[in-house]
Design a protein around this ligand. Structure first.
Ligand SMILES: Nc1ncnc2c1ncn2[C@@H]1O[C@H](COP(=O)(O)OP(=O)(O)O)[C@@H](O)[C@H]1O
Ligand SMILES: [Mg+2]
Length: 297
């Protein structure tokens, strides 16, 4: 699906004392199959932006076009586009309402009026996709699950709709490191298999780096950076401007570059940085200077 955002502005509670301008004239374009990270500090407008892409909010000004159709319109063709945009909210408890995990994941496919055998197939497939055994979890009560499990159920519900655009708001919050790795690997495989557009909202820059090719940074409702993930995420200034501590490999890369090592600023992730360091070391060794290579001089 082609997504185009033109002059999108969103004001919450306009003309009241609680007025908040959340988005200020956003312009963006996404081609089908793009893998995009949306980053920015808390309150920068990330959740508001993606709710607009899913057609859940009405723009104060500007518009979001899904294959040329305004996302928020009440026409049948707009509804058909919205159904193809799957959004997993930041807070899963806002999205769960059925009494069992099976019914929760089946809700969307049943609304598509698929027959029950197909619904059951989709539910099983979607639960397996998020690493949940359908036999073990199907009859459990969603609200009695842990936060991380609820998040998986919501993701399964969204996947069961076979979206062409999948948007995840802070998908790995509440997951342990192993669960996080596991989920990212599954999402990665799913995207490659389906060619869907993937958007991941996160303030974990590391996990974003694993999953996306393009990064958009929001700041106070504006897009302040938009570019290749590798270059942006290897940039210590970007991390610090977001109020985050860069990961050790970014700090190391910066220190080595400052000391004159011929390293590319976008060697990322860490495996690649390690290879680059070895290459630079060998080059220096070849020119007889290896002995004088020091981090600080
Ligand atoms: N439902 C709402 N009512 C009023 N203000 C809101 C609402 N949701 C978000 N905001 C405000 O809009 C701004 C952007 O919020 P949000 O899109 O949630 O940012 P992020 O997801 O980046 O943390 C913030 O100032 C926030 O307080
Ligand atoms: Mg948010």
């Amino acid at each position: 699906m082609h997504i185009r955002i033109e002059g999108l502005t969103h004001v919450y509670a306009p003309r009241t004392p609680a007025e908040r301008v959340a988005l200020r004239g956003i312009n963006l374009k996404f081609a089908p199959g793009e893998r995009v990270g949306i980053l920015g500090p808390t309150g920068s407008g990330k959740s508001t932006l993606i709710q607009h892409i899913a057609g859940l909010l009405k723009p104060t000004a500007g518009q979001v076009l899904l294959d040329g159709i305004p996302a928020h319109a009440s026409t049948a063709e707009a509804r058909a586009r919205r159904r193809q945009v799957g959004l997993a909210f930041q807070y899963p408890e806002q999205q769960i309402f059925e009494a069992t995990v099976f019914r929760e994941v089946a809700f969307g496919p049943r609304n598509l009026r698929l027959d029950e055998a197909e619904v059951a197939r989709r539910v099983r497939w979607a639960l397996e996709m998020v690493g949940m055994n359908p036999e073990e979890y199907g009859e459990r009560v969603p609200f009695a699950l842990s936060g991380g499990e609820m998040r998986r159920v919501v993701l399964a519900s969204v996947l069961a709709m076979r979206p062409r655009v999948l948007i995840l708001d802070e998908p790995t919050a509440g997951l342990d490191p192993q669960g996080r790795e596991d989920l990212l690997a599954r999402l990665d495989a799913w995207q490659r298999e389906t060619g869907a557009t993937l958007m991941v909202v996160s303030h974990h820059l590391d996990e974003t780096a694993r999953l996306v090719d393009r990064v958009i940074v929001l700041w106070e409702g504006r897009v302040v950076a938009d570019g290749p993930a590798r270059a942006l995420l290897g940039d210590g200034c970007l991390w610090r401007s977001l109020g985050l501590v860069p990961p050790p490999e970014v700090t190391l890369l910066e220190a080595l570059r400052q000391a004159g090592w011929p390293l590319s600023p976008d060697c990322w992730p860490r495996e690649e940085l390690a290879r680059e360091i070895v290459r630079a070391w060998r080059e220096r060794a070849g020119s007889g200077k290896a002995g004088s290579v020091g981090l600080f001089g």
